[in-house]
Ligand binder design. Structure first.
Ligand SMILES: Cc1cc2nc3c(=O)[nH]c(=O)nc-3n(C[C@H](O)[C@H](O)[C@H](O)COP(=O)(O)OP(=O)(O)OC[C@H]3O[C@@H](n4cnc5c(N)ncnc54)[C@H](O)[C@@H]3O)c2cc1C
Length: 541
């Protein structure tokens, strides 16, 4: 019998990220993945800037960037009749405009999932040696008040190992066995449209190098397809959409048929093409009606499945476990009440629904769900979803409202207005530390952080009093003393005066804010910190 605080089921990007995050919080975990290794297929590629912020906090950003493509290789999105023939339109995604890039210290990154996962695996294994088991499948799971009993089976030898865990993260993908075993209801639409994804080698630079893009949509009366850039040279994915509306079944996609369709979409009848693999899949748009089930938490595609139009599936999943990891750590370390874990669902599921809906509307706007006679360009929101990437505002017991209203924005999908209102992502602002430029984002995770203005000495003293092993690590930075604010923007962006203070959670979301100074900083901060951790004298006894 293996006894482990957290069992992670699934070694996709979400499970691997969960392993890294838990290790950073000093929590032991065991990850099981039924396949012999990481993904062989470059499904996701777009790692958005919020996920890159998470990877920056974990020290993984540079390695992910090195495995991906330089931003100048992917700046556009292009629509064509065929790559060699008429271009219909090209757009610069809203996410890539200088105004939107100023919202964060990081750029988004194009890194194909089969290049990303080995990087994540390497970091996860370095932090938790021997605790990632591939070729190992979860085959049974039950839970009671004392924990979760699972059985994991070695797929090579058939050996079954019982595992007892305090908590389980079900990152076992869209067909989640755990979700089925728990009989979880999904809200939304299943199987909205069908597609095949063809991985192939061909040198497409003559038709792409002068207009480097992440996506090249091909619009022909009898073929709706997309070339997805993998290495901007000779490795590509070719996605054919809504195949049944054009008279195909998945079985029709032999290597010969795939080659013919790729040549048709490029517009070069004798183009040398090597087909490497073909996978058929159905895009669904549905979300679990509950993310937490006792001691088991759904994350990633197990919790929400969405069309890839917008590139949100992986990103939303990584951000799920970013939300969950610090909560599990605080509870397992005895620093928070177990009811803190109940905040995972109300914080993440509404966002999962909003993102799934936006991804579906992107695909509907492109006519992906039916046969179309003429090209249909997507709605303006497509790839301009700054609001969904940065604008999440949580409401739960782990956030203490300060009575201020939500930022006044017309469109929560495309617009993001930096705000340090409790529940929001603590905004990015450039600061200076001993001559080095540093973002506020670089101060967050895996600890709690209190940022104060230059007259916040009593808040800083209060932090020292709260720094005991019975509470999660908390550090204070006085802006104007420990760090300087050369642009003079921090107070305006964070909505505080000289004496104000902002408590930021390890996932970079604001937990609590005092807009001005306070005579009784010690007890005010202690009660806020304890409330965020769902600690009451009664519960923590
Ligand atoms: C064509 C395409 C393009 C996409 N583009 C993007 C994009 O640009 N950006 C983006 O964010 N997302 C994108 N996505 C979505 C993205 O691929 C998924 O959201 C992502 O893979 C989900 O990660 P996950 O870890 O939750 O699940 P998965 O990647 O499915 O991993 C789950 C893992 O669990 C394992 N598993 C399942 N059951 C068990 C068990 N019982 N025991 C042990 N292991 C088990 C599986 O083998 C699998 O490895 C795209 C998807 C497609 C198809």
């Amino acid at each position: 019998m293996l006894d482990i605080p957290v069992l992670i089921v699934g070694g996709g990007p979400v499970g691997l990220s969960a392993s890294i995050l838990l290790s950073q919080h000093g929590v032991r975990s065991l990850l099981v993945e039924r396949h012999p290794g990481t993904s062989l297929v470059p499904k996701a590629r777009g790692i958005n800037a919020r996920t890159m912020e998470v990877y920056r906090q974990c020290g993984v950003e540079a390695a992910v960037r090195a495995a991906g493509l330089a931003p100048q290789s992917i700046g556009l999105v292009v629509w064509t009749e065929s790559l060699a023939e008429k271009e219909i339109e090209r757009r610069i995604p809203g996410r890539a405009t200088p105004k939107n890039q100023a919202m964060t210290p990081v750029l988004n990154c194009l890194c194909a999932q089969d290049d990303l996962e080995p990087v994540l695996r390497r970091f996860a294994e370095a932090q938790a040696p021997g605790q990632l088991r591939f070729n190992t499948e979860l085959t049974d799971i039950r839970q009671d008040a004392g924990g979760v009993d699972a059985v994991v089976t070695d797929r090579l030898t058939g050996t079954e190992t019982p595992v007892h865990a305090q908590y389980v993260i079900a990152a076992d993908g869209a067909q989640s066995r755990i979700r089925r075993m728990l009989d979880v209801r999904m809200i939304g639409r299943e199987n909205v449209y069908d597609s095949v994804n063809i991985l192939f080698n061909a040198d497409l630079r003559p038709w792409t190098a002068h207009r480097p893009a992440a996506l090249y949509f091909v619009e022909q009366p009898d073929l709706r397809a997309t070339f997805l850039t993998i290495n901007a040279h000779d490795r590509w994915s070719f996605l054919i959409h809504s195949i049944k509306h054009y008279g195909y079944t998945a079985g029709d996609f032999t290597p010969e048929r795939c080659t013919a369709l790729i040549r048709q979409a490029v517009g070069i009848p004798d183009l040398p093409v090597t087909v490497l693999g073909v996978s058929a899949w159905e895009a669904s748009a549905h979300v679990a009606d509950r993310y937490g089930h006792g001691r088991i938490f759904l994350a990633g595609d197990a919790a929400h499945e969405m069309p890839p139009t917008g590139g949100f599936g992986l990103n939303t999943g990584v951000q799920d476990v970013h939300n969950l990891a610090w909560k599990l750590a605080a509870v397992l370390h005895g620093q928070a009440d177990a009811s803190l874990l109940e905040t995972y669902h109300p914080e993440r599921q509404p966002l999962g629904i909003a993102i799934t809906q936006a991804s579906l509307e992107n695909s509907l706007s492109m006519g992906r769900t039916s046969r179309q006679e003429a090209a249909k360009l997507p709605r303006a929101e497509f790839l301009s979803e700054q609001g969904l990437i940065f604008g999440a505002s949580y409401e739960s017991a782990a956030v203490i409202p300060d009575g201020t209203p939500l930022p006044d924005i017309a469109d929560p999908v495309t617009q993001y207005m930096p705000s340090a209102r409790p529940g929001c992502r603590a905004p990015h602002a450039w600061l200076d530390r001993s001559g080095d430029r540093i973002s506020t984002i670089d101060l967050f995770g895996p600890r709690f952080v209190l940022l104060t203005g230059p007259a916040g000495g009593n808040w800083r003293a209060a932090v020292q009093a709260l720094s005991t092993p019975s509470r999660p690590p908390l550090v204070a930075y006085m802006i104007g003393d420990d760090l300087t604010d050369p642009d003079g923007v921090w107070q305006a962006v964070y909505g505080v005066d000289d004496g104000g203070a902002v408590l930021v959670r390890p996932d970079g979301q604001v937990a609590w804010r005092s807009r001005g100074g306070c005579a009784d900083a010690g007890s005010v901060l202690q009660s806020a910190f304890d409330a965020v951790l769902c600690r009451t004298a009664e519960r923590m006894r």
